[in-house]
Write a protein that binds this ligand. Structure first.
Ligand code: ADP
Ligand code: GN1
Ligand code: MG
Length: 371
């Protein structure tokens, strides 16, 4: 970490109500959106206390105040339920650390920072190593949605408007192609055609929600495997993190996004597309775990549409990566020049594989739907 940045992060960390003295700050995690830092503090009585501090991405989240209001309200709501169930409120939900001025976030020279307690003795995974981890993450994400079932949805701010609206994502994509700001459209004609050929699909979930065939729920909307902390001792999902996009949405988004990321045999940014496919075994156990976590709350129509949720979340993410590539890589963090292009290719490869395995996906969902 560059020295100037380190000094800045160090000084920002000292403006929060941390215990002890800040002794180390490091870059942390693999998120595509926020800048995440691990802050270590030495305690007077010995030992250390650790925190996660983040510079919120305010070009993506336009209103940090509303964003933090959501996080504080949702975590307070969850804390009551966790406490009533005899759980550990310091580890089973995010805990916001106040600034020394008792604010939920800090504004420092036009930048916005927040801090959470670091969840100790737990890890977040970038790829499924043991199937049971994926199953446990499914139970946790399902349970998360169940816990928020009676959350007053109308009090939530929409932190990113039309976040999973595939119809408007498709329109944004067409605009990116038409503008072709970086002159890149010519080299990705095949990928563009892949998107345009599937326009009809983009309406399926949007129409089901608009016609009230499936319910609008309070959902997480970014259910990647690395947005869940897995407890080192029990192996269970201990805490759902990255709550920036908790908003009214569909259970199909949460289920689908987890499948997109976790049931892929390769990494999201794998260059070798031969390594990309849908692992039906993982698809099966995630479906089982998610339904268990939701505790019977999914409707028949939601269950029927689960395979479509998986395909559309994968397709949408591919569209977003390709759109960002065309726009000049302004949204997702990239770590190499064609990173977004590589990412979009894995997503489209996975969509194509899902189309091949559609019947098997449907039978797996039916198997659990009937139970
Ligand atoms: P982004 O929005 O950029 O994805 P996240 O909030 O998901 O940022 O944080 C990035 C990573 O930091 C996570 O994948 C996780 O590994 C780690 N992380 C975030 N919050 C905590 C926490 N409270 N305790 C431990 N690790 C955390
Ligand atoms: C981003 O923040 P992170 O890295 O968990 C993105 C998701 C995408 C994901 C793709 C707010 O998630 O929507 O699915 O990258 N989050 C936002 O990996 O846009
Ligand atoms: Mg994240």
């Amino acid at each position: 970490m560059e020295q100037g940045l380190k000094e800045k992060i160090w000084s920002v960390a000292q403006k929060f109500q941390v215990q002890g003295e800040v002794t180390e700050v490091e870059e942390y995690g693999n998120g595509h959106i926020n800048d995440t830092y691990l802050v270590t503090c030495a305690l007077a009585e010995g030992g250390v206390k650790r925190y996660i501090m983040q510079r919120m991405n305010d070009s993506i989240f336009k209103n940090p105040k509303e964003l933090m209001e959501n996080v504080v309200n949702v975590t307070s709501f969850l804390r009551k339920k966790i406490s009533a169930a005899g759980g550990d409120v310091e580890r089973e939900t995010l805990n916001v650390i106040l600034t020394k001025e008792d604010k939920h976030y800090l504004e420092e020279m036009g930048e916005f920072f927040r801090m959470y307690l670091f969840i100790e003795d737990a890890i977040s995974l970038e790829q499924v190593k043991r199937p049971e981890d994926f199953y446990n993450s499914a139970v946790s994400f399902g349970n998360f949605q169940k816990l928020l079932e009676d959350y007053p949805a109308d009090t939530l701010h929409e932190t990113i408007v039309n976040f999973h609206n595939t119809v408007s994502r498709f329109e944004d994509f067409k605009k990116a192609v038409a503008e072709d700001r970086c002159g890149r459209a010519k080299e990705v004609e095949e990928e563009i055609a892949f998107v345009l050929n599937r326009e009809a699909d983009t309406h399926i979930i949007c129409d089901a929600l608009a016609e009230e065939r499936i319910p609008l729920r309070v959902t997480h909307n970014d259910t990647k495997l690395n947005n869940i902390m897995i407890d080192n001792k029990t192996g269970k999902g201990i805490c759902v993190i990255d709550l920036d996009t908790v908003m009214p949405g569909s259970a199909l988004y949460d289920y689908g996004d987890s499948i997109r990321f976790g049931a892929n045999t390769g990494a999201e940014d794998e260059k070798n597309l031969d390594l990309i496919s849908l692992n039906l075994g993982l698809f099966d156990i995630y479906t089982k775990g998610y339904m268990e976590g939701c505790q019977g709350s999914l409707t028949k129509e939601e269950i029927r549409l689960l395979p479509m949720g998986a395909k559309l979340m994968t397709f949408e993410c591919g569209i977003r990566f390709l759109g960002d590539y065309l726009n000049g890589d302004v949204y997702f963090k990239i770590h190499r020049p064609e990173h977004n292009l590589d990412r979009c290719r894995t997503q489209f490869c996975l969509v194509a594989d899902m189309e091949k395995k559609w019947k098997q996906m449907e039978s797996i969902v039916e198997k659990y739907g009937e139970q």
